[in-house]
Design a protein around this ligand. Structure first.
Ligand code: MG
Length: 473
């Protein structure tokens, strides 16, 4: 009896050979000192001065700084207190996340004119695959210069562009294209740096290992013990030694990068998988009611982003970190999904109410994950809070079937969705401070905090999935 023949063997033709990765033309566009540049754009008197954008509180962190501040050794992710010591005469501003997001959308729109294959990594960084655009739009290097001048002319902002056959090389190239700041002052950058096929290793091998994605201080220390200092040294290490040193998967990945190999595609419209908001407080907090207010504010911010992604979330997670850095997370899953601030807040508050905060809360956060397309069931779930706020009239029909001959009365779910949509569109036009939950209304108006008001702490924004080293934004 003949052996069973598998489908592929029977059908025969092999899939076409994988296209030569060296033919890919990837661009990495990175705005120069983005948040600081936006502040200067909106207030030209700041131009040429050391400027630091970030948290101004006790535990604040630098989010971005002008090159004039970098001359003094200030860099992003540094505690603001340290930046003040290094550069006491700098201008410190808290940052305006909405404004940066608005300009980020404009930048994205410019990039989309060159190719639909745009993968946004953060507010100020994107990868583009222009391999297929070259015939219509021109060589990749020309596209890079055109993007740079379009953004400069239309938005009056500077960016640096790297061009290479792979994503991580394009990112390293954009880094090499940037202005530099040192004791001698600010030096303009090259603007565009191109790594041509065949030039990858010449560019890569002299760099220190820390410039590679995935090489943090611990990995770097282990590699240095092997005598590995440059990417060229790394490429010379046999695979089995590398895997034994840093772990199998990591070792294999680093070995490939050191040889210039990175087949990861540019993935347009990266799908939002989770949305969260968290805040670190300058002093540990024990005020239960105040923290419950904070949960509503965060839930509201998270809900806006969930809706902007056109999704509902099935899992709501509460995160509490105490003064001694112990961290608790508590989750609840709502199969129907939630997308409005009140519903997310009521789940987060129920989780919070079961937690003892007498130790003092250092960090509080609300997240929504398992995002999915809204279905009919999720609309039903969203009625919960609205029903509480506005119970159906006696005899009223639940659901969206209007009584015959009478005025159509939308279902609670529809009204709630419409209300959330209206909130979003007002915020789009007038900024986050224009609308907020009534519970946050104080004597001075609505107390809406934005990322920029807070100490810029870890997790303020979801990290870019490509996991590159955070250069100054
Ligand atoms: Mg940047």
């Amino acid at each position: 009896m003949p052996a069973a023949v598998s489908e592929t063997e029977r059908v025969g033709p092999r899939p076409p050979a994988r296209p030569d990765r060296r033919l890919r033309r990837i661009l990495h566009v990175d705005m120069d000192a983005f948040f600081a540049a936006v502040e200067i754009l909106d207030d030209p008197t700041l131009a040429g001065r050391p400027l630091v954008v970030g948290g101004t509180g006790r535990r604040g962190v630098v989010a971005s700084c002008s090159y004039e501040a970098r001359v003094f050794g200030v860099h992003s992710a540094m505690p603001t207190a340290q930046a003040r010591r290094l550069c006491p005469h700098a201008v410190f501003v808290p940052g305006r996340h909405d404004r940066y997001a608005e300009l980020s959308r404009s930048i994205h729109a410019v990039l989309q004119r060159f190719t639909p294959l745009v993968e946004g990594i953060s507010l100020d960084e994107a990868f583009l695959d222009v391999t297929g655009s070259e015939r219509a739009v021109g060589p990749a290097e020309e596209i890079a210069w055109s993007i740079r001048s379009a953004i400069a002319q239309e938005l009056r902002l500077d960016c640096s562009v790297g061009v290479a056959p792979a994503k991580f090389l394009a990112k390293l190239a954009s880094e090499a294209a940037k202005p530099t700041a040192g004791p001698a002052g600010v030096q303009p950058g090259r603007g565009v740096v191109v790594i041509r096929p065949g030039e990858e290793l010449a560019f890569l091998h002299p760099l220190t290992i820390e410039t590679l994605w995935g090489v943090g201080p611990a990995t770097a220390a282990r590699l240095r013990r092997l005598g590995v200092h440059t990417v060229g040294d790394l490429a010379a290490v046999p695979c089995d030694v590398l895997e034994a040193t840093v772990g199998r998967a990591h070792g294999r990945h680093l070995g490939q990068l050191a040889r210039g190999v990175d087949d990861r595609p540019v993935e347009p419209e990266r799908e939002t998988k989770s949305v969260s908001q968290e805040e670190t407080y300058p002093l540990d907090r024990r005020d239960r009611d105040g923290l419950r207010d904070e949960l509503l504010r965060m839930a509201d911010a998270v809900a806006t982003r969930v809706r902007r992604a056109g999704r509902v979330g099935r899992t709501v997670t509460l995160k509490v970190r105490f003064g001694d850095f112990t961290t608790l997370t508590r989750s609840r899953t709502e199969p129907a999904g939630v997308a409005d601030g009140q519903a997310i807040a009521s789940i987060a508050r129920a989780l919070f109410d079961a937690i003892d905060v007498t130790r003092g809360v250092r960090l509080l956060g609300v997240g929504v994950s398992s995002l999915a397309a809204p279905g009919p069931a999720s609309a039903e779930q969203m009625t919960l809070d609205l029903d509480r706020a506005a119970p159906p009239r006696p005899g009223g029909v639940r659901g969206d079937t209007g009584a015959p001959g009478g005025a159509e009365r939308p279902s609670p779910a529809a009204r709630r969705a419409a209300a959330s949509g209206a909130v979003d569109s007002v915020r789009e036009r007038f900024g986050a401070a224009s609308l907020g939950p009534a519970a946050l209304l104080g004597p001075g108006g609505i107390r809406v905090k934005r990322t920029g008001d807070a100490p810029w702490g870890p997790g303020a924004e979801p990290p870019g999935g490509a996991g590159g080293p955070r250069s100054g934004s």
